[in-house]
Design a binder for this molecule. Sequence first.
Ligand code: HEC
Length: 439
Amino acid sequence: MNKGIAFTIGTLSLAALLLQASPALSQSISPSPTFYHDVQPILEKHCQNCHRPGEMAFPLITYNQAAPRARVIAESAVSKKMPPWLADPNYGRFANDPSLTMDEIKLLSTWAKSGAHAGNPRDMKPAPHMTNGWNISAPDDVIEMPKAITLARKGDIDYTYEIVPTHFREDRWVQMAELRPTSRDHVHHGVVYIRPPDSKWLRKAPVGVPFTEDTLTDEQGRREAQWTDSDILLVYAPGSSPVILNSGMAKLIPAGSDLVIQMHYMAMGDAASDRPAIGLVFAKQQPKQRVLTLQLTNDHFVIPPHADDYRVEARGSLPNDATLLGFFPHMHWRGKKFEYNIIHPDGRIEPLLKVRWDFEWQLTYQLTEPRPLKAGTVLQAVAWYDNSSGNPHNPDPNQEVRWGDQTYDEMMVGFFDVAVSADVDKWKYFMRGGNVPVH
Ligand code: HEC
């Protein structure tokens, strides 16, 4: 993750907010549900994007795959371990929330308890079309990293970059985008930046081959590797969703752009290499709005040893009007909670999203109803860290922890997507009142 364009940082104490959970409605459930009639549609809707061949988890497509696991399926549903979703249901509604309803959970557990019957295969509804190898529709273009990245067996692996020319002769509006690593287990995260032809970022770096900051020969290149105002095409992390934008909205890859792929890997003891591909689905029509990925970042924190609830915040005011579309929080092993708020002029804090942090599941949260915001709206991101021995992921509670690339360092990045007018780029967006860039 790069620091990118950060907003200004301040401090503020958060008032406690209490909301009641809404009681779930329950309908009657058949005493002996069957796989084909009842269970299969649930798996299809909530589970198979991950539980199918070629994806991150064992397949749960057929009766023979699901039935032997009926009990763990029920347990994972009841405990809400599956499908993974970390947002507090009291705040915000999210279009990509995969959570099961109370009735669906009850159905899965009744199915397991009543003997995991198959039922009649004729009850099965035709499966929705899934594109093999992708979670977006069949890509119009697939951009492959020209050269695979060889991964060290052990130790820290520095951020590895590869610059990939798109060779686009005209501007391309991207409706959907997905990054597919070939060694998914080794990927900590990846960010794909769009470098337009007039950008000076990493201009002296080699093209089409992997490199790290340390291998750059020019001092300036090394300094600026982690700083860019380039727009982000996508962010990839365990469990994250691909970019799928509503019609009328798209991300722009200007003609002649390069993609700068920044990958962060974890050594896993084996000799591996990775060669990600990026699938793109282009907008069928000229979109009305352009989607930009912005971020609230604080890189000045020092988390004291043993602190179990250390708070870090970042905030900033929007330089221009924008429609808020969704969020992607990012922290490392000591992350505990993350939230996004609007701070209203009267001081009222309106929570937009609150998540419990789980490093294994770095999810995107797409608002069901995009939220138009006026220029000057103050957005706040707040992160909490657990640097105590009570955090099972904590590699060393005796350390003072600061911003850094490796997972034993920390990060505080609140990415968020906004839609702006199609003719506004990131640079223009950050001009307050039409003239002064603020970064
Ligand atoms: C975002 C991706 C994702 C979704 C959606 C998802 N799973 Fe999983 N699930 C995983 C991964 C990854 C694992 C770990 C797989 C492994 O260890 O091989 C897992 C593990 C499991 C396990 C094993 C749990 C254990 O305790 O060992 C069960 C059972 C399971 N999932 C059921 C489901 C069901 C049922 C759904 C839908 C209601 C679902 N999953 C949705 C990714 C997902």
